[in-house]
Design a binder for this molecule. Structure first.
Ligand code: FAD
Ligand code: 2HG
Ligand code: ZN
Length: 456
């Protein structure tokens, strides 16, 4: 019987069927869905992952890979059948090697993102992926979703941080491309298949990551603005004046700040006068803070921004970033909201917001936009709170996605598709793109055992 075989493969510390231990693994972070499973297994190494997958493939039983379960699209939880096996990478959390001279690091998939950042700092290097869930999400989950976060503007998404990858295929074969090369054009770049495919083409077991030199001193500033369009103009102006030194550039609406003040202790804006919008930014300004202050002063004089505060020390900066990283939590505390993780070309951001707000006013005047996000990447979380019991949700989401599509954007900028957005993928990608995705899925997972019901 499959369960006995799985228990034998992973050993006594490598599985649980206990209801209370399984419980947090059956619901996603947003509490949007709830599934069931007979067992969660915790393989200790790649060989065990391979044997688990082979056993499941032979039994025709589906697998759901699970990292930190912080994903926003319910990709890491099983369906309601009670038959899908959870494969958690949590025990595979070793940092295998750090090569400071080569600016690279080899890690297992279950490493917590924050631990990777700290291990890089310990050798005077910088790992350039950062997001609010970094204390609990795993690098395997980050790569499987091609996560974004706050530093994409300067360093790119999770995909750009990968030099090599190891993955287990649907028949248990281990494909190891754990090379630490900056350049490698030998054949197809196989690692790209697994990055961003949300566990539907293989299970990531390890990765070789790209490291950067440690960044110089970071100046954190918050500015107040009249419009999101001004934020886009400000970014262009600062990049022109300061060069490519802007690490993070995050937009937050005034309404979002009111949610933070309501639900997050000590959340306070450093301004006495309110504005409609704020941008929180990190700029690497080594010994040259005055240059940033001058650039902001100029923006103030021309009316592009209404106010600005540069954090005086690390504690002030941390306070501001703690607020930014608490938005999701504050939103959840207020109640359920429709999530729209959208991207449009930066130059169309202002148009997107004007048209989206107008659509909302037409469809559901009581709806409340909860707007924030990575405006420096053209990626906003245009979430919407609707009154309890309202039936406008689907209509609103569709109208927003249609608008995004019209502007040449994407309905999923950084959170992936998972289970919740699968039907939108079919609508907003062309038949040729969907056809090729299906061909890849069928070639790599002919028995459809890897995270079925997710993505495609
Ligand atoms: P999980 O949620 O466990 O899994 C996500 C998907 O990957 C699932 O489909 C799962 O099956 C698959 N998977 C997991 N591990 C593996 C593996 N080893 N091999 C194959 N497939 C695997 N996301 C952003 O992009 N940017 C943000 O700024 C951001 N901020 C966040 C802030 C908060 C407070 C929270 C709660 C979430 C945030 N997220 C953000 C979403 C989430 O943290 C990311 O999607 C993260 O990358 C998921 O990692 P995880 O380990 O939790 O993955
Ligand atoms: C963020 O940027 C995350 O904080 C979460 O991507 C976004 O909760 C959300 O909608
Ligand atoms: Zn985000």
């Amino acid at each position: 019987m499959l369960l006995d075989r799985l228990k034998e493969i992973v050993g006594p510390n490598g599985w649980t069927t206990d209801r209370s231990e399984l419980e947090p693994r059956l619901t996603d972070w947003r509490r949007a869905v709830r599934g069931a499973t007979p067992i969660a297994v915790f393989p200790a190494n790649t060989e065990e992952v391979s044997s688990v997958v082979r056993a499941c493939a032979e039994a025709g039983v589906a697998i759901v890979p699970q990292g930190g379960n912080t994903g926003m699209c319910a990709g890491a939880v099983p369906d309601e059948s009670g038959e899908q096996v959870i494969v958690s990478l949590a025990r595979m959390n070793a940092i295998r090697a750090v090569d400071a001279a080569n600016f690279s690091m080899e890690v297992e998939a279950g490493c917590i993102l924050e631990h990777i950042q700290l291990a890089a700092s310990a050798v005077d290097r910088h790992f350039a992926l950062s997001l609010g869930a970094e204390g609990s999400c795993q690098i395997g989950g980050n790569l499987s979703t091609n996560a974004g976060g706050i530093n994409v503007l300067r360093y790119g998404t999770a995909r750009a941080q990968v030099l090599g990858l190891e993955a287990v295929l649907a028949d248990g074969t281990v494909v190891s491309s754990l090379r630490s090369l900056q350049k490698d054009t030998a054949g197809y770049d196989l690692k790209q298949l697994f990055i961003g495919s949300e566990g539907t083409l293989g299970i990531i077991t390890a990765a070789t990551l790209r490291l950067y030199p440690r960044t110089g001193e970071i100046s954190t500033a918050i500015v107040a603005l009249k419009s999101a369009g001004d934020a886009v103009s400000l970014l262009a102006q600062l990049r022109t004046e300061l060069g490519d030194k802007i690490e993070a550039f995050e937009l937050v609406s005034d309404y979002v700040f009111s949610l933070l003040e309501k639900h997050i202790p000590e959340a306070r804006l450093p301004f006495t006068d309110k504005a409609d919008w704020y941008v929180l930014m990190d700029v690497e300004m080594k010994d040259d803070r005055a240059r940033l202050e001058n650039a902001l002063m100029k923006a103030l004089e021309t009316g592009l921004i209404c106010n600005a505060v540069v954090a005086k020390n690390a504690a002030e900066a941390e306070k501001l970033w703690r607020m930014r990283h608490s938005i999701t939590e504050a939103e959840r505390a207020e109640g359920k909201a429709l999530k729209h993780d959208i991207s449009v070309p930066g130059s169309r951001m202002q148009e997107f917001l004007q048209r989206a707000d107008q659509l909302l006013a037409n469809i559901a005047p009581n709806a409340q936009p909860i707007t924030f996000g990575h405006i420096g990447d053209g990626n906003l979380h245009y979430n919407v709170a609707i009154p309890e019991g309202s039936e406008d949700g689907e209509l609103i989401t569709r109208a927003i996605y249609d608008l995004v599509n019209d502007l040449g954007g994407s309905f999923s900028a950084e959170h992936g598709v998972g289970r919740l957005k699968r039907h939108y993928l079919l609508e907003y990608r062309s038949p040729a793109e969907i056809g090729l995705m299906r061909t890849l899925k069928a070639a790599l997972d002919p028995g459809n055992i890897l995270n079925p019901g997710k993505v495609i």
